[in-house]
Design a protein around this ligand. Structure first.
Ligand code: SF4
Length: 715
């Protein structure tokens, strides 16, 4: 039972990263005055990082200058948007969407939503597109961060369900962090890692990252592999495990399928061969394999560096292969644990909020699943044709095939790869709706209709963190201006659109009076599925605190760890090895673009900085965008620390300051992802990045682009 709060305190959840820390919001009923970590929350036990502990500063009265406070509409592209009322705004939107649907069919409209929406918001958008309109064109910025993890889990373990949890760190003997700067991207989880290491000095920590990040600095073994060579490393580690007979044949025989095919492939990946591909010392590969296989309890944690790759799904599968071969799964302290970047990327997965998924971890490609969802929703059918994934969606907009788009709680004009193309797409699309808390985003500039949305502290619902833990988000203060909840505005629009399309079912499809009614329908959609939460109500979450799924009817607590019985949710009950092979990144460095650019997060900023960018103290760590480069590369180009440089790829260029950094190897450079258009540069980091994507997950290769870097002549 959680401790009682003071009268004007509200228990909620941080809205930034996938750690999902609990917060207590201090307020006076009108204004948020402070925030502190919730000591009862099992993700953070009272701790908050720099971003979480300054959340209240993002909702001070002076932040209203950048908030969207009322609907704004322009009826032609030559005019400026002007203030309007909600009725006019939503009627206009419904008219425009209905016209496009009548003239061009349902696939000419689309929704692009966000892992920062609450589960209830996500559910309504998904139903609006797939249930009412009859298009699967609903995708999310989570496609950019975790879709490779989703497919990686499904291909190997049979379901999109991270098997481990934060508490497992207490029992972990070897922590294998790969493609994750946990110290910056998941700071409170990293504190837990530090605690676990302090309590267990024998615990080994391996970090795989091309850069010497703050996380890598603390590793017992840092494998600074060449970008994109992950699979060669993992296959070589498995090769060593086989050679040394560190694998677990009994577990493989009883609980897995497909090992022989993988064995034949990894036989070729000798440590010496992989050392050449990865730019590593062969002995370090052997050491990593030994620690991984023989520790007794190995946990892998991985994130964007693994997922944002043209072979991201197989990066995930190759990690999971090692866990299955060594039986490092389904026991305390062990398992392949993909970390979610955003606060509710996991909730979006639960409701099927991607263009190829359906509610309750169902697949669009499965006719039975489509029929189940149609029955649940009371519609004739759910369309079979897969919707457009994020990159495909903006391509289709640029080609004039998608003519109306609704973008909620995300800023694709800054966060999508190949920004020039995305800007062209937004210019080409006939009607762009942007539903946003902030009116100053890159994407809001393109809005024909800007709808003000509520933000953290002003809305209610649920989010699910990386360890499958569902937490309540609770409104503490009234929304500013005329801002409305995302689900509420989407439902109002749906009802109007349904009437214009003469859909008699609309009222039945969208009957919700509040978030809890949406939640209750969502949980029913999970009945009998791997994530079954039919035993979990808002009241349970409030009385017993955040819970992990599954939590079926009759359960008294959520499931801490999955697959402890060795039974996997596949047809045979066995996990599957996936044959993975080394492949190059799509864009290679060459004579014209000789530097390999990677992107990532800073400690104190979040995504496109709409929120963190309003807090002065969060600039103390890094005040401006910089490109980090190795001293040897700088000397070769006659560059000095602090020089203004032009960074150019085949897709665009940006101008920013140069920072000498020993954290990047020669031939590589790093840029933070956060900055968009700035005083020095027409576009942001993603003007340089590439839209090529993984064939299974369709997640773009945001981590790898070839660039040239040269001094700005007059700097
Ligand atoms: Fe928020 Fe993540 Fe920091 Fe926790 S670690 S306070 S969830 S940003």
């Amino acid at each position: 039972m959680a401790e009682a709060l003071k009268p004007l305190e509200t228990r909620s959840t941080c809205c930034y990263c996938g750690v999902g820390c609990g917060v207590i919001i201090e307020h006076d009923g009108k204004q948020i005055t402070g925030v502190r970590g919730d000591p009862e929350h099992p993700a953070n036990f009272g701790r908050l990082c720099t971003k979480g502990s300054t959340l209240h500063l993002t909702v001070q009265p002076d932040s209203l200058a950048v908030r969207a406070l009322y609907p704004e509409l322009r009826t032609n592209r030559e005019s400026q948007r002007a203030r309007t009322d909600w009725n006019t705004a939503l009627d206009h939107a419904a008219d425009r969407f209905a016209q496009v649907i009548r003239e061009h069919g349902p696939d000419a409209v689309a929704f692009y939503i966000s892992g920062q929406l609450l589960t209830e918001d996500y559910y309504v958008f998904n139903k609006l597109a797939k249930g009412l309109i009859g298009t699967n064109n609903v995708d999310t910025n989570s496609r950019l961060c975790m879709s490779s993890a989703v497919v990686g889990y499904k291909q190997t373990l049979g379901a999109d369900s991270p098997p481990a949890c934060y508490d497992d760190l207490k029992d972990t003997q070897c922590l294998f962090i790969t493609g994750s700067n946990t110290a910056f991207a998941h700071p409170i989880l990293f504190r837990r890692i530090e605690d676990a290491r302090a309590a267990n000095p024998a615990m080994k920590m391996i970090v795989v990252d091309p850069r010497r990040t703050d996380t890598a600095e603390q590793a017992d073994l840092h494998l600074a592999l060449l970008p994109g060579t992950d699979i060669a490393l993992y296959n070589a580690m498995l090769h060593v495990m086989l050679w040394e007979e560190w694998i677990k044949p009994d577990y493989i025989a009883a609980h897995t399928e497909g090992f022989e095919a993988l064995r034949k492939v990894v036989r070729e990946y000798t440590p010496a061969m992989a050392a050449g591909i990865c730019g590593l010392d062969k002995k370090d590969i052997e050491k990593a394999a030994e620690w991984f296989a023989t520790s007794g309890a190995t946990m892998s944690m991985y994130c964007m560096g693994t997922n944002q790759s043209s072979h991201g799904t197989h990066n995930n599968a190759a990690i999971i292969n090692m866990h299955l071969a060594t039986a490092q799964i389904g026991k305390p302290g062990a398992g392949p644990f993909s970390l979610t970047g955003q606060p509710n990327a996991m909730g979006g997965r639960e409701v099927g909020g991607l263009s190829n998924l359906l509610s309750g971890h169902r697949d669009l490609g499965n006719a039975e699943h489509r029929a189940e969802v149609a029955r649940l929703w009371g519609v004739d059918s759910v369309p079979e044709k897969p919707g457009l994934s994020a990159v495909e969606l903006f391509d289709a907009m640029a080609e004039g095939k998608v003519k109306a788009v609704w973008i909620a709680c995300t800023n694709p004009a800054q966060s999508m790869p190949d920004q020039n193309l995305v800007h062209k797409a937004l210019e080409t699309c006939d009607f762009v709706v942007v539903q946003e808390a902030y009116r100053n985003t890159e994407t809001a500039r393109y809005a024909d209709l800007l709808l003000p949305a509520t933000s953290w502290g002003e809305k209610t619902g649920t989010v699910t963190n990386s360890e499958r833990r569902i937490s309540r988000v609770i409104q503490a203060v009234p929304a500013p201006g005329e801002a409305r909840h995302d689900w509420d505005a989407a439902m109002d629009f749906a009802r109007r659109l349904g009437n214009k399309l003469d859909n008699a079912q609309t009222g039945k499809l969208f009957p919700y009076a509040n978030e809890e009614e949406i939640w209750n329908e969502h949980r029913e959609s999970t009945r009998g599925r791997d994530l079954d939460i039919t035993g979990l109500s808002y009241a349970t979450l409030e009385s017993q605190g955040p819970q992990q799924w599954p939590f079926p009817a009759g359960a008294t607590r959520g499931k801490v760890r999955l697959y402890e019985d060795g039974i996997f949710p596949t047809a045979s009950g066995k996990a599957k090895f996936v044959v993975t092979e080394h492949r190059e990144t799509v864009e290679k460095a060459d004579a014209q673009y000789p530097i390999r650019l990677t992107t990532g997060r800073l400690r104190d900023q979040w995504h496109g900085m709409s929120r963190t960018g309003t807090v002065a103290r969060l600039y103390a760590h890094e005040a401006e965008p910089m490109v980090h480069m190795n001293a040897a590369d700088m000397a070769r180009r006659n560059l000095k620390d602090g020089d203004m440089v032009r960074v150019k790829s085949r897709r665009g260029e940006v101008v920013l300051r140069l920072l000498e950094s020993a954290s990047v190897r020669a031939g590589q450079a790093f840029m933070p992802m956060h900055w968009g258009r700035n005083a020095m540069s027409g576009l942001g980091t993603n003007a340089l990045t590439i839209k090529a994507f993984d064939p299974y997950s369709k997640q773009p290769e945001l981590k790898h682009a070839a660039v040239q870097i040269e001094k700005l002549e007059d700097s």
